[in-house]
Design a protein around this ligand. Structure first.
Ligand code: 1GP
Length: 253
């Protein structure tokens, strides 16, 4: 079954998913990644997202290869730009940065990468990507040359998500930015959840099991965690328990 079908099915059943973000630029030594992989399987991690705003060490293919060799957990590319494509991955978030007004990230980079993706077996996941942050100085805002949606502007967020879905995007990803001090407010997550049918991915600044629980309760179908698990891999156990509790209450898992 395709990843998109899996996500749609889970959304209908209200089943939650967990993705770990691996930024290849932060993987200096593959041994820490190799330690995380068996733990991720034990904790029922659903996906690895692989990507970052900047890649200075040319590590992408090594990271994808290591994950694919050592686990069966699907690898989804989360590209910061068109250079971040590796055909060994399972799928790619084909991100249109709909919170911004930078044409290159709404359609330009997609045109450049389309022929490469068409010739690959990667599953393409058309995704409306929305940055939500009070600061316009985060790495992703700087690199994307866009202003994020302010966290108190719920109607801007809901209308943006609705428009993305009406344009045919199949997933909506609300991101506070990697390492954000504040995750996306629960209030905004629930309003966006109620405005769209597409599966809703939420990430950025989720650094405790409580914050994970709030995002899930508010309506995130999938949460994405990067920095916090890099710093403390044991947090994965606590967060996966929250996901397990949610899914158990639905008699799933
Ligand atoms: C960032 O949503 C991801 O794009 C994950 O963010 O690293 O803050 O968990 P963190």
């Amino acid at each position: 079954m395709s990843i998109l079908n899996i996500l749609n099915e889970r959304k209908v059943k209200r089943q939650k998913s967990l993705a770990i973000l691996i930024d290849p630029d932060k993987v200096d030594d593959l041994s820490s990644l190799k330690q995380l992989l068996p733990m991720s399987e034990e904790c029922y991690v659903d996906f690895f997202f692989v990507g970052g705003s900047l890649m200075t060490n040319n590590n992408l293919s090594q990271v994808v290869k290591t994950i694919k060799n050592l686990t069966d957990i699907p690898v989804v590319l989360f590209p910061g730009n068109t250079m971040q494509i590796d055909i060994r991955a399972d799928a790619i978030l084909f991100l249109s940065l709909i919170s911004g007004r930078n044409p290159d990230l709404l359609i330009g980079q997609h045109v450049v990468s389309a022929p490469i993706l068409k010739g690959s077996s990667l599953e393409i996941l058309p995704t409306g990507y929305m940055l939500v942050n009070a600061e316009s100085t985060s790495a992703v805002s700087y690199m994307s040359n866009t202003r994020p949606i302010p966290p108190d502007k719920d109607s801007v967020a809901t209308c943006t998500a609705m428009a993305g879905e009406m344009l045919g995007l199949k997933l909506i990803y609300m991101d506070a930015g990697s390492g954000s001090r504040q995750p996306i407010p629960a209030r905004m997550i629930s309003k966006v959840r109620r405005s769209i049918d597409a599966p809703l991915i939420v990430g950025g600044g989720i650094n405790s099991s409580e914050k994970a629980k709030h995002a899930l309760e508010a309506g995130a179908d999938m949460i994405v965690i990067g920095n916090a698990i890099e710093k403390d891999p044991n947090l994965l156990i606590e967060i996966s328990e929250k996901i397990y509790d949610f899914n158990k209450s639905l008699n799933i898992h």
